[in-house]
Design a protein around this ligand. Sequence first.
Ligand SMILES: *Cc1c(COP(=O)(O)O)cnc(C)c1O
Length: 431
Amino acid sequence: MYEYISSKALFERAQKSIPGGVNSPVRAFKGVGGTPLFITKAQGAYLYDADHNRYIDFIASWGPMILGHANKKVVKAIQEQALKSSSYGAPTLLEIEMAELMKSMVPHLDMVRMVNSGTEACMSALRLARGITGKNKFIKFDGCYHGHADPFLVKAGSGIATMNIQDVPGIPSQASNDTLTCSYNDLNELQNLIDQYPHEIAAIIVEPVAGNMGCVLPRENFLQELRAICHKEDILLIFDEVMTGFRLAPGGAQEKFKVQADIITYGKVIGGGLPVGAFAGRKEIMEHIAPLGNVYQAGTLSGNPLAMSAGMALLSQLKNDPSIYKSLEEKTTYLVSGLKDAFQHSAIPFTINQCGSMLSIFFTGSPVHNFKDASASETHRFSNFFHAMLKRGCYLPPSAFESWFLNDGITFEDIDYTVHAVRESLDEIGL
Ligand SMILES: *Cc1c(COP(=O)(O)O)cnc(C)c1O
């Protein structure tokens, strides 16, 4: 007999043996209330849950499913590699090919070190910057997320903002004392901060397009000015491209905004859905990493053959057919214009930010350029909107502080359906 299993039942069972029932906090739906969906499978643009509902997926696993779920070439690459074992703990040709492929897509990249997550990539990039400069302080921007390593969990957007956690217990003050924070898009505040700590700042780390306070774009010339300031002040510039890398363009935000960072971190898209991260840069930077240099960094599963195969199968499709980026942007722009139409018909104040295939709706009538602006969003409205959309088969990020990511499996028909669902949802929550 067929046994009916619901997300509700699974969530109850999960909470008995997994903290909060999830392995990453935002998934628990705490930001929007209700029961998280337990996913049983996904194909192309669609997710299927334990209750046999189908959803149009606007998260794309937070990025990696940029070509849709269960992409044929990615699946085949994983299957073929699995037959040859899933890990050796020794070097492989795959790792060389992966590094070469990334270099062929991203401008001015000489060397790449693979890791297993975006967190690891950012943590290692900071160690490298500190190791090279001999300085300890660094600057991050309010609302930017760089993974959950101790020094970064200060005003870190994403899940921390969603759960409204102010201070994270377990982080000794020594670990975060050298973290300086500044408002995103505010060059005056940045310069003041730098002037307070002359010759003490190793690096500035930034999401070139922020995705972890909702989608927030850099103001015109913000990134170029950051580059110039770092040159002038002898500070290393770290672009955290864990979200934007291979998503905004083959060469990520560096290509899109024509700004070159000193260290670049990757994750999400590069693994094709497997747990992968990387950090990269020019030779004179990367040669400080062990075993070439003394900045130690290591990983038992780093450069894992399954992960390399999946990542390469995805990246090579993006490289060979860059029109995918045009198609994704067209679809996103079409969606955004439908969303704007629908919201304008309602009396609900809104701001929509879009960059390429990333977007966010903020429930505020004022423009959103930084975390303070994003926090002005009426989050209870977002929660109602989220559930109204979910009921209609559209799976949005379950937090007002996360970005939507389009995948190329989504059709114009899906978007028309989504816009229709938005109109209905706004009618429902506007009452
Ligand atoms: C997701 C994300 C990270 C962390 O990556 P994990 O793989 O979740 O550890 C770091 N930086 C940015 C910009 C991210 O979006």
